[in-house]
Design a protein around this ligand. Structure first.
Ligand SMILES: Nc1ncnc2c1ncn2[C@@H]1O[C@H](COP(=O)(O)OP(=O)(O)OP(=O)(O)O)[C@@H](O)[C@H]1O
Ligand SMILES: [Mg+2]
Length: 457
């Protein structure tokens, strides 16, 4: 099995966080280096100035080099930190004054400009500035080297503080970048989520194409999706047409077969032959009915996603259906009553579908009732409109409604009555498509009672 790829949001957030971490680390080191270099340059400047001041104060003479240490030079050094200061003044290779173990500069020809270097000295490490000068002693030029050293505890303390600040800045900018990356991931993925939402919210029957504005990157996906939906819709339409045509093309020849069989039945003398012909007629009736119900069912399925949205007066509809079924009922010595139809009850929906549902309910009531009983249609309104179709027939014999509304399922009580098992499926589907519901129960005092609830307009 292939593993599902990482979520886009997680991927985006991880990559942005990675970039943010690298940038934060670079920022930390940059701030640190720049600050340390600046601190060192400042201290070097002061050290160099002090060294130069001492070098300036040296005087040549007839007897030797005169040293008059300018104490303000040392006080400048002392003023910026509490570091220890060492010095050494060499003339012609011999130490005149100061610490004679203070390390000499590497290059011999030191210039008038101070040279800086860092060396271990005694128990610590010092930064040394060295300046060379030529003095005239007894008219001879004598090279003089002045070195001033200073420990660097002060600078280290500054470096430490700088490092802490730099770390804080790095962490802060990382946190900010992390927050921004979450926001970015959210905003980049929003159009995808919206699209997924819009498609996900659709009912299973909704086959309209997706027409919400999407970013350019998503357009190929939406185009492909719409192409797919269009093909699916086309396939459904073709199926619907096919079923309608098939039903028509089956029913017409079946009617002919039936008529011929009936004529043959009337003319036949042999009882065996008559029995066969009766079986043929019944099979023909069953096939014809199945074709009709299949057509109705296909119509319901096909129309649920393009439900006509019209105002339907249930009072008129119930009365009209009662009238339409009266001849069929009278043939079986049944009476049809309807009540609650004297004032309009308006629902919003598809007239053809509601009519198909009602037709199936009345058809069942008539089919499963013995002669000399009545079928009662009652229309009432409460929170919803309710059409009740009640009969005094054989009842449901305790069968569950959930089973009876399944496709092609007929009840055990159906016996020899012709049917295809699609009627209640149609009723339930129409109810759901209109946001209503349907139930079928035993009727008190015998028979069955079907209730179709539809939301009022
Ligand atoms: N009014 C009723 N009285 C008793 N049983 C009923 C009634 N209505 C439905 N039934 C039971 O529910 C089953 C399913 O009904 P449904 O209308 O779906 O199928 P059908 O009537 O058998 O076939 P058709 O598709 O031709 O209507 C029936 O076979 C029958 O057993
Ligand atoms: Mg039926």
């Amino acid at each position: 099995m292939r593993r599902a790829p990482l979520s886009l949001r997680l991927r985006l957030v991880l990559q942005l966080l990675g970039i943010a971490a690298v940038l934060a680390i670079m920022l930390y080191f940059t701030v640190r280096t720049v600050a340390e270099q600046a601190a060192e340059a400042t201290q070097d400047g002061v050290l160099g100035a002090a060294t130069l001041a001492i070098a300036e104060s040296l005087q040549g003479g007839d007897s030797g080099v005169g040293v008059d240490l300018p104490y303000e030079a040392f006080s400048i050094l002392g003023s910026i930190s509490a570091d220890r200061v060492f010095y050494r003044i060499d003339a012609d290779g011999a130490t005149l004054t100061g610490y004679d173990d203070l390390p000499l500069p590497e290059e011999a020809g030191v210039a008038v400009v101070p040279v800086f270097y860092t060396r271990p000295f005694r128990d610590t490490e010092v930064r040394i500035a060295a300046v060379a000068r030529m003095l005239l002693v007894a008219r001879e030029p004598v090279p003089v080297l002045v070195m001033v050293a200073q420990t660097r505890q002060g600078q280290e303390a500054i470096a430490q503080r700088v490092a802490q600040r730099a770390a804080a800045i790095g962490l802060g900018s990382f946190a900010l970048a992390a927050a921004l990356s979450l926001l970015t991931a959210g905003s980049v993925l929003r159009p995808i989520n919206r699209l997924a939402d819009a498609v996900g919210r659709r009912g299973p029957q909704d086959l309209r194409s997706v027409d919400r504005p999407t970013p350019a990157e998503l357009r190929p996906l939406v185009t492909a999706l719409n192409g797919f939906i269009a093909r699916l819709r086309g396939a459904l339409n073709r199926t619907e047409t096919f079923i309608a045509e098939a039903a028509h093309h089956i029913r017409t020849p079946l009617a002919t077969v039936r008529a011929r069989a009936e004529i043959a039945l009337r003319q036949s003398k042999s009882e065996e032959m008559r029995a066969t012909l009766r079986a043929v007629i019944r099979a023909v009736e069953e096939s014809s009915r199945s074709a009709g119900q299949l057509l109705d069912h296909a119509t319901v399925v096909a129309r649920t996603d393009r439900l006509a949205d019209e105002k339907v007066d249930l009072a008129k509809l119930v009365a009209a259906q009662a009238d339409a079924f009266r001849p069929t009922a009278e043939l079986r010595d049944l009476t049809i009553h309807h009540s609650g139809t004297d004032r309009p009850v308006i629902v919003q929906g598809d007239r053809a579908l509601i009519e198909a549902a009602l037709r199936n309910l009345i058809d069942n009531a008539i089919k499963y009732s013995p002669p000399e009983t009545s079928v009662d249609l009652d229309l009432t309104t409460g929170a919803e409109a309710l059409i009740e179709v009640a009969d005094r027939g054989r009842g449901l014999s305790g069968q569950a409604q959930s089973k009876l509304t399944q496709r092609f399922i007929r009840g055990e009580n159906a016996g020899d009555i012709i049917g295809s098992g699609l009627g209640l499926t149609i009723v339930a589907e129409v109810a759901v498509a209109h946001g209503g519901h349907f139930d079928l129960t035993e009727r008190e005092g015998g028979g069955a009672c079907a209730r179709l609830y539809l939301p009022l307009a």
